[in-house]
Design a protein around this ligand. Structure first.
Ligand code: SF4
Length: 327
């Protein structure tokens, strides 16, 4: 039986944005009707270009931003009904930049044990012991307990951020580009650490990334986002072996290979990313799509089931796409 730890149902988040002088405001649907379920122990990667809504979705899953519409549940309970402190103990973030996410005036020990103090643990001796345990768990020597962030390398700082996120035994960790600010040489160390901790502590991860190599390394499932929608969702092996949505294909085609003779990849994404305040009609990907059909600009595609997951594309819709399959 599946154990859904976190879910979103028809979730939308709208911001009112200035449309220019004397034009008033227009709605920007940063997240536009998303539903997803994450099973315990899974690693769901949210991928897509900047502005696709993945960070807004993550903030809603963390309870930092209420949805404009729809419901987010944690363990079957609406997040809006869960006490904020309790939710912070269940879902924790790890941010992209370990340089700006750590208070430079606080010691490493103080940073790591902050969640214990916020959660009201009254015993300072517990803080020290738990802090050192967490440091050992993430591969930091305990002698750094009284050091400050500027005395640590980027990789060590991200280990501090991971220790802080895990000290209260959360069930879900939302990792926002967890390695993008790090040197390439330490990226794989941090990814391997996250993988080891997930297995050891039975954690569930939601990973936001535009780096497909990171996604392939760490994810079990992938949700590809475009203009506030999930346009394709698949398990990671299937997605990389047989992407179905034209946008997923274009993203994968745009990855540079180590072989210089392959040249610069042809991304097929000819047109620029659309302005989300004025999204294209019908399928919002149609101005950039290599497989666009006549009716794509008029009719928005629905999610079509594909081997247990889905793709939102008329190519797979027997009615709108006339049953035509992608070649
Ligand atoms: Fe391309 Fe049409 Fe599919 Fe949109 S619905 S991705 S435009 S083929």
């Amino acid at each position: 039986m599946s154990d859904i730890v976190i879910s979103a149902k028809d979730v939308t988040r709208t911001f009112m944005i200035s449309a220019g002088a004397f034009r008033g405001k227009k709605p920007l649907h940063a997240v536009n009707g998303i539903s997803l379920e994450v099973e315990r122990g899974d690693v769901l990667a949210l991928v897509g270009e900047s502005g696709c809504g993945k960070t807004t979705l993550a903030k809603m899953l963390l309870g930092l931003l209420p949805p404009s519409q729809g419901t987010i549940k944690f363990g079957g309970e609406p997040v809006s009904d869960i006490d904020r402190l309790k939710l912070a103990g269940l879902v924790q973030p790890i941010f992209q930049d370990p340089y700006s996410s750590l208070n430079p005036r606080k010691s490493i020990g103080s940073i790591i044990t902050l969640p214990l103090r916020v959660q009201g643990d009254p015993n300072p001796e517990t803080w020290r012991r738990r802090g050192e345990e967490m440091m050992e768990m993430v591969g930091l020597p305990a002698r750094l307990f009284n050091n400050f962030p500027n005395q640590l390398s980027g990789g060590q700082r991200q280990r501090v951020a991971i220790a802080r996120a895990l000290i209260n035994n959360p069930e879900v960790v939302i990792c926002d580009e967890p390695t993008s600010a790090l040197d390439v040489s330490v990226q794989s160390q941090i990814l391997n650490l996250l993988q080891d901790l997930r297995k050891e502590l039975n954690l569930t991860y939601i990973v936001i990334s535009h780096n497909l190599a990171v996604v392939e390394h760490i994810a079990t499932k992938v949700a590809v986002m475009y203009l506030g929608r999930i346009v394709e969702q698949k398990d990671v092996e299937s997605l990389f072996a047989a992407p179905e949505h034209p946008y997923t294909r274009a993203l994968l085609d745009s990855v540079l290979t180590p072989d210089p003779s392959m040249g610069v990849p042809d991304t097929q994404l000819g047109a620029a990313y659309p302005n989300p305040v004025n999204p294209p009609s019908g399928c919002t990907f149609h101005p950039r799509c290599a497989k666009v059909m006549d009716h794509c600009s008029a009719v928005a595609p629905k999610a079509i089931p594909r081997d247990g997951d889905f793709a939102e594309c008329h190519l797979y819709d027997e009615n709108e796409g006339k049953g035509r399959q992608a070649s």
